[in-house]
Design a binder for this molecule. Structure first.
Ligand code: SAH
Ligand code: SF4
Length: 347
């Protein structure tokens, strides 16, 4: 029989699995604590489980290791991992250090089907969704590697998390579980390009991460040029879904705005964005574009970015994101596991 990946199980699922194999369900809690809180991957080291049970678990379950294929570190301490997944494909995860806070930016897909024109991941094509164990494993293997506990999670790596909805939600449950990583929902942020059904579904979940919407343009006309999926999910559909999300959840939304020279950086753009943000009572995060080799877009001049942020800030909370890990291309939108996808970029 093929062994099952342990990291695919929520605790409730593992309790069911234990029962089905004649074990009390509290075994699931014990195993969770070993794996997620102590970083132990080997059943033989789980000493509060009987010897027979440990042998049985080895037959049934596995935690296939990720290989760190490449690790880059930047001057500010940011680490970029290129992981080889146990059953093929490569993904990137980024770990950032801010005082006591250690944040990991996880990938949710191999590549991304959305294809935003300014995004390295999007322009490198799409291979597949990640399984839950591949999402949860990024945290486990990064944490074991650095030897410190990760405190915050952002779903801002490769891929569109709401296009891999079920696996991402399961991962969120494992991350949040008191006996899992025990990371509160307010210390997780999910960033989406605006998948309307996904936003609606997320509003009804028991555990909800903070929501960031990658708006990037004040109008459909501009957004159509840089975010191809805007044809399917235009602002006129996304914005009502976000208003509804706010009503149901009472959680503040962040609007992410990648500012690009000559595309979305005028005074008029800033004013319209400000009005949208007010309507949503959202805060705005202006992200100067990170130029991606091979793509034509550039960030605006510093003064233009500041002028833009100043106009938005007249009525709305706004910040300009300072990229971490710039020189190792670990910043937003620069993640691209080059090994297999590269050919597609320059086709
Ligand atoms: N697919 C999701 C999450 C991953 S992208 C989304 O798009 O929201 C995470 C963030 O990086 C998004 O806000 C995205 O727009 C931004 N980003 C993509 N390419 C970028 C680039 N070249 N420079 C700066 N930010 C970029
Ligand atoms: Fe995908 Fe997000 Fe990149 Fe767009 S910005 S291509 S949605 S990862």
């Amino acid at each position: 029989m093929k062994k099952k990946e342990l990291l695919n199980f929520t605790k409730e699922e593992l309790q069911g699995f234990m029962k089905a194999h004649g074990e009390p369900s509290y075994r699931a809690s014990q195993i969770f604590r070993w794996v997620y809180q102590k970083g132990i991957l080997d059943f033989s080291q789980m000493t509060d489980l009987g010897k027979n049970l440990r042998a049985k678990l080895r037959e049934l379950l596995t935690i296939s290791p990720f290989e760190v294929k490449k690790l880059l570190s930047s001057q500010d301490g940011t680490l970029k991992f290129l992981f080889s997944l146990p059953h093929g494909d490569e993904i990137e995860s980024v770990v950032m250090f801010y005082g006591n806070r250690i944040t990991i930016c996880v990938s949710s897909q191999v590549g991304c089907p959305v294809g935003c024109r300014f995004c390295a991941t999007g322009m490198s094509g799409f291979r597949r969704n990640l399984f839950t164990y591949e999402i949860v494993g990024q945290i486990l293997f990064a944490q074991n590697y650095i030897g410190k506990k990760i405190t915050n999670i952002v779903f801002m790596g490769m891929g569109e998390p709401l296009l891999n909805y079920d696996n991402v939600i399961k991962a969120i449950h494992i991350i949040n579980d008191k006996e899992g990583y025990n990371i509160g929902q307010r210390r997780m942020t999910l960033s989406t390009i605006g998948i309307v059904e996904g936003i609606k579904q997320l509003a009804k979940e028991k555990i909800r991460p903070n929501l960031a919407f990658s708006i990037h343009a004040p109008s459909d006309e501009i957004r159509d040029k840089i975010v191809p999926i805007n044809k399917k999910y235009p602002l006129s559909k996304i914005i009502p879904a976000l208003i509804e999300y706010r009503k149901i959840t009472h959680r503040k939304i962040t609007l992410e705005y990648v500012i690009i020279k000559g595309i979305n950086d005028t005074i008029q753009d800033a004013r319209i964005l400000r009005d949208i943000a007010r309507k949503l009572r959202a805060k705005v995060n202006v992200i100067p574009l990170n130029p991606v080799p091979g793509l034509d877009f550039l960030p605006p001049e510093e003064e233009t970015i500041e002028r833009f942020a100043r106009i938005v800030s007249e009525r709305v909370e706004v910040s300009i994101r300072k990229s971490k890990g710039r020189e190792i291309q670990a910043a937003c939108g620069q993640l691209r596991a080059e090994y297999k996808l590269k050919e597609k970029v320059y086709q």
